[in-house]
Structures are given as structure tokens and as C-alpha cells.
Design a protein around this ligand. Structure first.
Ligand code: ADP
Ligand code: GLC
Length: 494
């Protein structure tokens, strides 16, 4: 089957978060299963491939634009296309700057989505399109409106994955008019959302199948607490929603082969992990006398979703314990400030690097004893999955993928891979961290937990097989004779 991934980021070309890991790992795993896969991404600053289509004509509202379709080459059996329009994509950031979305995001990603559809028509005749998050939601919207009579693509099935329901790509009605999106989709059962436009909602309404990145999150987004105002829309489409857990790419995240580490190690021979810890402590200039203490690591976008409010609340209590903390992240100013202040207050014990640094992320996965993810919500979360493979014990809030991937350690049976807390409170987080520290104090118990985690297999293979089945189901839905064929959603809720 020919499957086209349409996404706004993907390694090795562009990354701001876990989406980019997924857009590398899943296509590769599908190719290994024998599927034919291509990925289309915007060409952001700094990538220089050669042209496939010299110029494509794309109407964007009143104007015509002429993006070039670049050949990103073939990697691991996956073909890459890059949509190149410098005025839209050759910018300092992907989606916005200084905490604000770019005001022309509807135009930018409108053009990108149209270009993806044109790639199907003119370059690579996909049989299924797999879209990801609000940036690509206009693909199903346009297919079911403007392209609804186009014999080449009118029945092209679309699977749409929600990586994070908290990001809507909201804009004004004028913005989508300006982007040339047909008026017919601007209504409460379409893109309209409380008088504005919600691009993500377009994906939820018009795609054939919806997926999200863990089972638990698939349940959570149907509730008001986690639905970010879209729970009603998700509930209406729940028959078409699947929770498919992300995988980990162990070619990239594996302590036996990881080139970023001071020493490689495995479940059979863990001693290299100590060398990684020593190096990490040095990089962060931690006090030499605390070398034996538990080292807590964090790598994260600094965003509200990630639960740093709990750290703000309990950092002083936590630092009364015999621990050191290292954190790597960038994002919202309030959290950068929080981490800087804590580093100032606890010199040599609490250290932060405010940056995006892929090599250091690997070093933290390997060198820390405990990996902390107290997320308020977490659709899947990849770092805790990587941690397991690195023998770094996750302490997580039991939400979304964190709950699905981490099993509470049970001392009596010697089972479990980490420590979890359910209630979103600082005390609950502290309490589970204390459980982890208590276990860490006993070498034999700690080794058991590490080995339990290292033995887990979260490779992409299983997820890829599930997606392949879903693509077939989506094709069946739009095949000849099926009533869903060419039918525009009649959902009416907000
Ligand atoms: P999210 O997508 O919500 O940010 P995930 O856990 O799914 O969360 O994925 C985060 C990915 O981004 C991981 O690969 C992680 O290592 C990486 N990452 C996050 N912040 C940084 C950073 N400051 N430097 C390097 N890598 C980072
Ligand atoms: C989103 C989510 C994260 C998930 C990632 C990849 O960024 O916040 O939990 O792992 O997408 O699906």
C-alpha cells in the first residue's frame, strides 16, 4: 500500500518535540513491514535538497503561490518530499515566536496541505494519507470540500492522528478566507469553534479515522477535563477513534550503541551507566561529594502540560532529600525562570541547561538514576519509554501514555518498572519520588527495577502493524459502494 505521511515536523529535518520522533520511527517501521511510504514536510530554514517539481501552482486566497517540491531523498526505505516556499517556511521558528503563533499560520499550512494533495495527484499517487495534528488538518478538510469532485483524490482515505489535543491552530474567520479555505466548512459542525476557527477540529470532523498516541489518552480526550473544549467532537467520532501507543526507535535510543554516551552498557553489563552518571555530573558541575546520591533527570519542552507547577510547589521539600537534579529544556519564560532560580538557590545540586540539545538529552537518559515526568497531561510521552531502555527509572504522573507504559514497582513480587502518582498534586509527586528514593537506597531492589524496565520492548513494529490495519479499514470505508464514500460529515456539535 502507498501511504503518504503529511506532517509539520520529522527527523532528521525538523524537530520541536516527540512528533518529529514519530514521523521518523513509524514510516521506517511501516517500510520494514513492506509498505511503500513517503513523508511530506515543509522545508524550513537550513535544509537544502534538490527539486522534484520546479514549481507547483497553489491558490492561497486571492493570490497564487508557486512552491517548489524538493526531493528529500530516501532514508530507511522512506521517500521524502519537502514543500519549499521561503516566505512561509524559511523563518526562525516552525510555528511562532516569543510565545505567539505566526499570524499567517492558516495560509502557511493551508498552502502546505494543498501542496500535499497535489503531490498525490502529480508525483506520488498515495492510496492513504496519514495526517498529524492541526498543521495538517486542512488535508481532510480540503479533500472533502474543494476536492470533493476531483476524480483523482475525492475518495482518498485520511487517517488523522491527534498527538496533542491542547494545540488547536486557532485563527480568525478572515484568516481562513485569506487562505482560500471554502466557506462551506465554516459552520459549527465544521471548522467553527466559538466564533473562531479551530483547524484541529477540521481534522477531527473530516478524517475517516482518528487515532491518538495511547489508549488512555484516547479515553481522556473524551472528557471535559482533558478535551480542551473538543471532547464533544471526539465523543461524536469515538467509533472511529483508536488509541495506538507510540513506539521507540531503538536504532537511535539504545545504550548499547548510543554514540553520545561516555560508555555504552546493556542489561547484562550495567557498569558503563556509572561512567555516564559521572560524566553527566561533571557537565552540570554537580558537587563531587554527592556522587553516590540519586540523580534525577528531566528533558522537556517547558510547557504547562508538563507539570512543572508541581516542581515549583515542592522543589524545596524535594531538595531536603539526598538528591541532585539536572534538567534540560526550553519554552515558556515562567518555567525557564523557575529552573534558573532553583539552580541559583541550590548550587551544585540543582542544575539546568536552557537549550535544545539532542546529545545532552541522550546523556541525561543514560546518566540519571530517575527520570521525572510529572505531566498534567501526556498523550504518549517518549522520554519515559527511552528511560526504560537506559535503566533509568521513571517517576511519572499516571496520565495518558505515561500510565500505559509505566507499571508501578511491586516490592513483594519484584514486578514493575517505575513509580506513579495519580492525583495532580505536589504532595503526590513528592510521595512517589520518596518511594523511588527508598528503593534506590537498596542496590538489589534498584537493579531489579532497572532490569524490569530494560527488558520491555516498545519498538515500533506492533504500532506499525496496527496502523497498517487501520489504513486498510480506511480504504474499505472509501471503496466503491460504501456509504461513507464522498460523504461530508454532518456532525453538528461545537
Ligand atoms: P513532547 O512531544 O510533548 O515534547 P515527548 O516525550 O513525546 O514530548 O517527546 C519529546 C522529545 O523531544 C524527546 O525526543 C526528547 O528527548 C526531545 N526533547 C525535548 N526537549 C528537548 C531539549 N531541550 N533538548 C533536546 N531534546 C529535547
Ligand atoms: C505530543 C505529545 C507527546 C507525544 C508526542 C508524539 O507532542 O505531547 O506526549 O509523545 O506528541 O506523539
Amino acid at each position: 500500500m502507498k501511504i503518504l505521511f503529511v506532517a509539520s515536523e520529522g527527523l532528521p529535518y525538523a524537530k520541536t518535540g516527540g512528533l518529529a520522533d514519530v514521523i521518523e520511527g513509524l514510516p521506517k517501521a511501516l517500510a520494514e513491514l513492506g509498505e511503500e511510504v513517503a513523508v511530506v514536510l515543509p522545508r524550513y530554514r537550513g535544509t537544502k535538497p534538490g527539486a522534484v517539481l520546479r514549481s507547483l501552482t497553489i491558490p492561497v486566497g486571492g493570490q497564487l503561490r508557486f512552491p517548489v517540491i524538493e526531493d528529500g531523498g530516501t532514508r530507511h526505505g522512506v521517500r521524502y518530499f519537502l514543500v519549499d516556499d521561503a516566505a512561509y517556511f524559511d523563518r526562525g521558528h516552525l510555528y511562532g515566536e516569543h510565545g505567539k503563533d505566526y499570524p499567517d499560520n492558516a495560509e502557511r499550512f493551508g498552502e502546505f496541505c494543498r501542496a500535499a494533495i497535489e503531490i498525490v495527484k502529480q508525483v506520488w499517487p498515495a492510496e492513504v494519507v496519514h495526517c498529524h495534528d492541526w498543521q495538517t488538518a486542512l488535508v481532510p478538510v480540503l479533500l472533502r470540500s474543494q476536492y470533493a469532485e476531483d476524480p483523482q483524490v475525492k475518495d482518498l482515505p485520511v487517517v488523522f492522528t491527534i498527538h496533542n489535543i491542547g494545540y488547536h491552530g486557532q485563527c480568525s474567520h478572515e484568516a481562513i478566507q485569506h487562505a482560500g479555505i471554502p466557506e462551506s466548512v465554516y459552520h459549527p459542525g465544521g471548522l467553527e469553534f466559538y466564533g473562531k476557527v479551530n483547524l484541529l477540529k477540521g481534522g477531527l470532523v473530516y478524517a475517516d479515522y482518528l487515532t491518538t498516541v495511547s489508549r488512555k489518552y484516547a479515553e481522556e480526550i473524551q472528557t471535559a477535563e482533558y478535551g480542551h473544549g473538543l471532547d464533544g467532537v471526539v465523543r461524536e467520532r469515538r467509533e472511529r477513534l483508536r488509541g495506538i501507543l507510540n513506539g521507540a526507535d531503538y536504532a537511535v535510543w539504545n545504550p548499547e550503541t548510543d554514540e553520545h554516551l561516555a560508555a555504552n552498557y546493556s542489561a547484562r553489563e550495567l557498569s558503563g551507566k556509572q561512567a555516564c552518571k559521572r560524566e553527566l555530573r561533571k557537565i552540570f558541575r554537580l558537587r563531587a561529594e554527592d556522587g553516590e546520591r540519586a540523580l534525577i533527570g528531566m528533558v522537556s519542552r517547558f510547557a504547562g502540560q508538563k507539570g512543572f507547577d508541581l516542581i515549583a510547589e515542592q522543589a524545596h521539600e524535594l531538595m531536603k532529600e539526598e538528591v541532585s537534579v539536572v534538567a534540560l529544556g526550553t519554552g515558556e519564560a515562567r518555567y525557564e525562570k523557575l529552573f534558573r532560580e532553583l539552580a541559583r538557590e541550590f548550587p551544585g545540586r540543582f542544575a539546568v541547561k536552557i537549550a535544545y540539545d539532542s546529545a545532552l538529552a541522550h546523556k541525561i537518559e543514560a546518566g540519571a538514576d530517575i527520570f521525572l515526568m510529572p505531566s498534567h497531561y501526556e498523550p504518549c510521552g517518549l522520554n519515559q519509554i527511552y528511560s526504560l531502555r537506559y535503566g533509568t527509572v521513571p517517576v511519572v504522573r499516571a496520565t495518558g501514555g505515561l500510565d500505559d507504559t509505566i507499571e508501578e514497582f511491586d516490592l513483594e513480587h519484584g514486578t514493575g518498572t517505575g513509580f506513579k502518582f495519580a492525583e495532580y498534586t505536589g504532595e503526590a509527586m513528592l510521595e512517589s519520588l520518596r518511594r523511588a528514593l527508598e528503593a534506590h537506597a537498596d542496590e538489589r531492589i534498584w537493579r531489579r527495577i532497572q532490569l524490569n524496565g530494560m527488558a520491555k520492548d516498545f519498538s515500533w513494529r506492533a504500532a506499525a502493524a496496527e496502523y497498517a490495519k487501520l489504513y486498510e479499514a480506511a480504504r474499505g470505508l472509501r471503496g466503491p459502494g460504501h456509504p461513507a464514500r464522498n460523504q461530508i460529515s454532518t456532525a453538528t456539535s461545537k
